[in-house]
Structures are given as C-alpha cells and as structure tokens.
Design a protein around this ligand. Structure first.
Ligand code: GTP
Ligand code: MG
Length: 202
C-alpha cells in the first residue's frame, strides 16, 4: 500500500459542507493531543500536511485530505479538551456525531488511544458510543515510542494497551481490530495503510 499523492482539499464545519464526490473515507478521531494530525502526516510521509501542536485543540474543523486521487483521510478535532469552553465542547459533540451518523462515504473510524498513559474513561465511553451506533472502528494506539514514566502511571505502552483491551471487552462482544503506532518511528504505518486498502475493497 503506497501513498503517491496527498493533498489538502477542504476544511468543513458541517457534514453538509464536506466533499460530495463520494470517494471512500477514513476518519481519525480521539482525544485532543492524542496525535491524530501527526499520524496523518506519518501515513502520507509529509511533515506538515496536517498542522500539529503541543497545545491541545489545534484541529478545529473536519479536514479532508485526498490520497492517490481515490480516497480520503479525514482529520477531526479532538474531544476531551478540558479547557475548551462549555459551548465549544457541546458544539464538538453536535458536529462530530452528526458527521459519524450521516456521512455515507465514511468506511470506518480510526479511534486513536494514547498508549503512553493509562486508559481514560472518556476513551472507553467514546469507543462504546461508536460501537452502540454500529460505526465500524479500528483502534490505533499512539505514541508507542514513549518510554514508561512515573508521572504517567509507570507502565510501558504495551502494558497500557493490554489494560485498555481488557476494559473494552466489557463493551464489545467482538473486540475491534487494533494496531500499535508511533508517528516518531512510523511504527504501524504499513499495517494501517494495508488495513485501509482492505476495508476499501470490501
Ligand atoms: P488536536 O488537533 O489538538 O486534537 O491534537 P492531535 O490529536 O491532532 O495531536 P497532534 O498530532 O497535534 O500531536 C500532539 C502532540 O503529541 C505533539 O506535540 C506531537 O509532536 C506529539 N505526538 C504525536 N504523535 C506522537 C508519537 O507517535 N510519539 C510521540 N513521542 N509524540 C507524538
Ligand atoms: Mg490535530
């Protein structure tokens, strides 16, 4: 699975504003700062196609990037950004939920989970919401290059991933597919692209 071309197409604030050409698309979702935009750049081997930041809340719109002129990667704003005003948070739920429930060309959601910290309730809740609404999902564990740190609970990424998988079993009969990734080392890059190619060909 190769990425020959990747181009930014448009930023939308509503589902109705998204591209109408019907090409299949995959959305990257997850908590603010989990590494959605970084992962997108890693997948397309470009440093700054999607803008990233140390500060959470960087991505604010539904951003469509067309790959090989035949499918889209979609970068979405993150959830759980504590310092966002109440109104902004309510708005986030409105528009991303509307997008998930109404976007017909959405093939699958890629839910990003930070593997460098212990499992977060909000991620489990989010995964469960997607599951309840029958939105196909793959889990991408991010920042797997990070070493364990005391302040982050003192566990290795592999251990955090295992804990998360155990917790998520309560919500799902069949566990969603999952891939361990890093935008720093490009771990998981080929596996993700191959998985996306398979999903497009169903
Ligand atoms: P929002 O747009 O605010 O929702 O954030 P985002 O999920 O798009 O995160 P972004 O890609 O902007 O990355 C947030 C921070 O995490 C940046 O400082 C990145 O450099 C860092 N980061 C992202 N991916 C990785 C990774 O795989 N490993 C490490 N060590 N750091 C990462
Ligand atoms: Mg972003």
């Amino acid at each position: 699975a190769q990425v020959a071309t990747a181009e930014f197409i448009k930023s939308s604030t509503k589902t109705e504003e998204c591209p109408t050409d019907g090409l299949p698309e995959f959305a990257l979702v997850g908590r603010s700062n989990v590494g959605k935009s970084s992962l997108l750049n890693s997948l397309v081997r470009r440093k700054r196609l999607a803008l990233t930041s140390k500060k959470p809340g960087k991505t604010q719109c539904i951003n469509h990037f067309r790959i090989n002129d035949s499918w889209y990667l979609v970068d979405l704003p993150g959830y759980g950004y504590a310092s966002a005003p109440q109104e902004a948070r309510a708005n986030w739920y409105e528009f991303t939920k509307n997008y998930f429930l109404n976007r017909e060309s959405l093939v699958s959601v890629f839910l990003l989970i930070d593997a460098s910290i212990p499992a977060k309730k909000i991620d489990l809740e989010y995964a469960s919401w997607l599951g309840q609404n029958q939105i196909p999902m793959t889990l991408l564990f991010t920042k797997c290059d990070k070493r364990k740190k005391k302040k982050n609970g003192g566990k290795r990424p592999e251990e955090n991933v295992e804990d998360f998988q155990k917790l998520i079993r309560e919500y799902f009969k069949e566990a969603p597919p999952w891939i361990m990734t890093s935008s720093v080392t490009n771990q998981g890059r080929e596996e993700i692209l191959l998985h996306m190619a398979q999903l497009r060909n169903y």
